[in-house]
Write a protein that binds this ligand. Structure first.
Ligand SMILES: [Zn+2]
Length: 459
């Protein structure tokens, strides 16, 4: 049996593993490369994958960097089943539709530029039509259910605590147990259950996003958010929160509502300027069965409906534009989380140059994104080809991460690692990945494998 790394090897995007036994080929995740330049070609390049020769796909969770190339796979001939939890299925629909819209928009814009220069039309990576062909292939799989996804390959998904519906995968094939961590959440996130410990594995594919550090505690992070919002209210600031639409946006609403409910900050307008975050919030309501005990009890009391009364959800572009004229204090939550697209760009363009503006980063900012430029202190940035001075106060709150920190990763891996376990570190940039490898050497006396894209792990 062999497993080829299709991506997320030495970086955090493009997750995908091609598992090949002597009888079948199964893909675990098939995500998009994001954040760096010249990724379009990398996204189009399917490497060793022949779509019509793949028997099945199994998904850890819905995020674009884990599902984003499925429409391409289907467009190129894949017709097998795609196994996903029901929540993953619904979040994926949302994410892929949004992605196709962005691809089509980008291609149309690049085509206009290309035509003026006498060059050829630019084709989108995939279209909304391609995305519509993915849904009929999805087969729902519940947590803790054992299912043969292709001849001789059995999987079980167990709670990963990363976003609603996320799972880690235990796979049995050719007499081996392989564990794919997928993205693992930290303990104690609102709404989500904590990650379930993995079984003992022959080979463990472990994410390493934060392999070099522990996050600040959630309590300390919420306390910092409290301070920021208190000052913002006092100074009547506009607070921009670039946020992923799924998971992080709902978490921010949760914490803000909690601060208001507790009387820590006065009631003030909160805008969610993202059709996708609005739809995701609705899906949170629908999948309350996946909530942890605390959120289930709040839901039973009707607390979430009560909290959401203070939130204005903006769907149309006109409503979004009108936000340019509002007075503070106000919070605007908008995508994209790394500021590499979406409505947040307009708000940044209109507000970054003002000293009274506050920008709060609540998620990971990968290399090459506008978000990374802002958190690392750039004084001038380019937005829509315009140079914008950065005078706003920029805060980075690392403690909201949906990824486990180093200590939690090691604790989780402890259950999977036994005598002879091979550990392969993925889904991390070089520095955190190397640091986690060092920690694994110290704690388990194992030399972890740090593969590059395209590498093959023979089992
Ligand atoms: Zn993820």
């Amino acid at each position: 049996m062999r497993i080829t790394l299709c991506g997320a090897a030495g970086e955090v995007t493009g997750s995908g593993y091609l598992v090949e036994t002597d009888r079948v080929r199964v893909l675990v995740d098939f995500g998009m490369f994001q954040g760096r330049r010249a990724t379009d070609q990398r996204n189009r390049d399917l490497g060793p994958i022949e779509p019509n020769a793949v028997h099945a796909v199994v998904l850890t969770h819905a995020h674009l960097d884990h599902t984003g190339r499925l429409p391409l796979l289907v467009a190129k001939g894949f017709r097998g089943p795609i196994f996903a939890t029901p929540a993953t299925e619904e979040f994926m629909d949302l994410i892929l539709a949004d992605s196709a819209e962005i691809q089509e928009g980008d291609a149309a814009r690049l085509t206009r530029v290309a035509r003026r220069a006498g060059r050829r039309t630019v084709e989108p990576l995939y279209t909304r039509d391609d995305v519509r062909r993915v849904a009929p292939l999805v087969r729902r799989i519940g947590y803790e259910e054992r299912r043969e996804v292709a001849k001789g390959v059995t999987v079980r998904l167990f709670e990963a605590g990363h976003i609603l519906g996320s799972g880690s995968i235990e796979m049995h094939a050719a007499g081996k147990t392989i564990v794919f961590s997928g993205d693992i959440g930290p303990n104690g996130l609102p709404f989500l259950r904590d990650p379930v410990r993995p079984p003992r594995a022959d080979t463990l594919f472990l994410e390493s996003t934060y392999g070099d550090r522990d996050h600040r505690s959630l309590d300390a992070t919420v306390a910092e958010l409290h301070e920021i919002l208190e000052r913002a209210v006092r100074e009547k600031s506009i607070v921009l929160i670039p946020s992923f639409a799924i998971g992080r946006a709902q978490q921010m609403l949760f914490h803000i509502a909690e601060l208001v409910r507790g009387g820590h900050i006065p009631d003030f307008p909160v805008y969610v300027d993202s059709p996708m975050a609005i739809e995701a919030t609705r899906l949170y309501g629908k999948h309350q069965g996946l909530f942890d005990a605390e959120a289930r009890s709040l839901a039973r009391r009707g607390q979430f409906q009560e909290d959401l009364k203070n939130v204005r959800f903006l769907t149309t572009a006109d409503e979004s534009r009108r936000l340019n004229e509002i007075d503070g204090p106000a919070v605007v939550i908008a995508g994209s989380g790394m500021c590499n697209g979406g409505r947040i760009l307009h708000h940044l363009k209109h507000h970054l140059w003002r000293e009274e503006t506050v920008v709060v980063f609540v998620g990971y900012q990968s290399e090459g994104t506008l978000g990374r430029a802002l958190v690392t202190g750039s004084k001038v940035v380019a937005i829509y080809g315009e140079r914008i001075r950065v005078a706003a106060r920029i805060h980075t709150l690392g403690g909201f991460s949906a990824h486990a920190g180093r200590t939690e990763l090691l604790g989780w891996a402890d259950a999977a690692i036994g005598a002879g376990t091979r550990v392969v570190l993925t889904h991390g940039e070089d520095k955190p990945r190397a640091a986690l490898a060092e920690a694994i050497r110290e704690r388990f006396r194992i030399d972890a494998t740090l593969p590059a894209r395209g590498d093959v792990i023979e089992l």
